[in-house]
Ligand binder design. Sequence first.
Ligand code: ASP
Ligand code: MG
Length: 249
Amino acid sequence: MSLIVAKFGGTSVGTIDRINSVAKRIKNEVKNGYNVIVVVSAMAGETNRLIKLVQSLTNNCRSSEYDTVVSSGEQVTSGLVTIALNELGIKSKSYQGWQIPFETDNNFSRANIKKIKKDKLLSEFKNGYKVIVVPGFQGVHENRITTLGRGGSDTSAVALAATFKAERCDIYTDVDGVYTADPRIVANALKLETITFEEMLELASQGAKVLQTRSVALAMNFNVKLQVLSSFEKKSGTFIINERQKSME
Ligand code: ASP
Ligand code: MG
């Protein structure tokens, strides 16, 4: 089985139109012969809205109930994307973090990943499902929902790619790759074809928000083939590679 992981950020699933175009893209990957684990963020703005709801009741944003609330945005998009895929004739099913299970510690609101169980998803693929849609950001600790911290869907995607030894982990976003500066702010920023994990970590430490820092470190440790690309355009993005590959170029 050839498997890829494809993660779509908040703006990429921000409207029903966007969700339909995400489904078409995934359908293409299935047509190319891939099984796909799709990882989705909440619709743009939704997580902020949910956090504000919690904050209107309490100052405690590190609790299990905080995670119960803020994880719900991803549950919605996982269902919507799955529905759109099935309407296109692609046999798909969603799996919430607790259903996999995607196990973490009990550090609510910024949990660390412990172990991802593979058997259920693998047997779904064996049963003919082409796509499993997983909400990013979500985990479970002893039957309680956890979340992985802001931007955590990137880390969900990389962890799934590492666990399932995916051929590639594509991170779809609203920019078409990694730039020398933020292209939304600096007009003459240049797009990079490749960047090393080390350079990417450095960018992240300077505040660049392309990928959650933890996801870059995880991809580096597990040698995950990582690509950042746009869900709005059909061109290749930036590959994040290790130093050794760079010197072989
Ligand atoms: N929805 C969560 C956030 O906005 C996680 C993610 O999108 O990566 O932080
Ligand atoms: Mg993000």
